[in-house]
Design a protein around this ligand. Structure first.
Ligand SMILES: NC(=O)c1ccc[n+]([C@@H]2O[C@H](COP(=O)([O-])OP(=O)(O)OC[C@H]3O[C@@H](n4cnc5c(N)ncnc54)[C@H](OP(=O)(O)O)[C@@H]3O)[C@@H](O)[C@H]2O)c1
Length: 257
């Protein structure tokens, strides 16, 4: 774990759920929240990957539990919610990061089944997770929700069409929720990263290609999971108390709007 995580004292003692917390960006966000004294429920589908992140947090002196659930299914989400609430109470922070399906694919050859599954894995999953957790947060009249879009949801890119459309949908869903729920003290913000060098991306992209892609960014490097986690933890904290309905391009200066 990085020794150099940003700290926000108001986060200590809060409760967070991180969907997609078992790997990549979500795992780094879970570790960073835990370093800030947040109790973190780490979600994913792969129990071994979840256990690894939970073990890292516990070894670092933090508090974490694993909550395995496929976020495309409302019954599994509801079970996860009950587990978190029974263990610690209603979460203050909901990081809805689970998603997949951005691999380039020709749109006109896309099957209906693939289209639906990528929309489900990103947009519908974000809707179902927020639908499950938000009523408790509304009742408590507080909470910070952070959703996960992509630069692919901001501008056309080589990413697959359903992924791009789903991520654009997440941006508007987040703005819609922010507009509806501000009166309950709930903030909803969205992150739109580009080219974050997760373990998976490191495996998929040869070093030479990484160096080529880095040149497209004003800051001349690829993003790190840390860059996205630091944005998420800031948005979760009271330092962002007057921010809601935003989409932040965590994209090394390659901003979309
Ligand atoms: N990396 C980038 O450059 C980049 C850029 C823009 C946006 N994003 C977005 O950032 C998020 C995280 O991406 P990443 O790059 O960190 O990916 P990653 O390393 O592949 O991790 C994806 C995470 O999402 C979880 N997940 C996926 N589908 C799930 C489902 N149906 N139910 C529960 N968990 C599920 C995975 O859990 P298991 O493996 O345990 O199932 C894993 O924890 C995604 O929404 C992605 O679209 C990433």
């Amino acid at each position: 774990m990085s020794g150099n995580y940003p700290t926000y004292p108001d986060l200590a003692g809060k409760i967070a759920v991180v969907t997609g917390g078992s790997r990549g960006i979500g795992a780094e966000t879970a570790r960073m929240l835990a370093r800030n004294g947040v109790k973190v429920a780490v979600n994913g589908r792969d129990q071994a990957a979840i256990d690894k992140v939970v073990a890292q947090i516990l070894a670092d002196g933090g508090e974490a539990i694993g909550v395995r659930a496929d976020t495309t299914g409302s019954a599994a989400i509801e079970k996860m919610r009950q587990e978190v609430v029974q263990t610690w109470g209603v979460p203050h922070i909901l990081a809805v990061f689970a998603g997949s399906g951005g691999e380039p694919a020709p749109t006109l050859e896309m099957s209906e089944e693939r289209w639906r599954s990528v929309i489900d894995a990103n947009l519908t999953a974000t809707f179902l997770v927020t639908k499950s957790f938000l009523p408790g947060m509304v009742e408590q009249k507080r909470g910070s929700v952070i959703t996960m879009a992509s630069s692919a949801g901001r501008l056309p890119s080589p990413a697959s069409a359903p992924y791009s459309a789903a991520k654009a949908g997440i941006i508007m869903l987040s703005r819609h929720l922010a507009n509806d729920l501000g009166k309950f003290g709930i903030r909803v913000n969205c992150i739109a990263p580009s080219s974050i060098l997760t373990e998976k991306m490191q495996q998929q992209m040869p070093l030479e290609q990484q160096q080529q892609v880095a040149k497209f960014f004003p800051l001349q490097r690829l993003g790190q999971p840390y860059d996205v986690a630091a944005t998420a933890v800031f948005l979760a904290s009271d330092a962002a108390a007057w921010l809601t309905g935003l989409t932040i391009d965590v994209a090394g200066g390659r901003i979309s709007l």
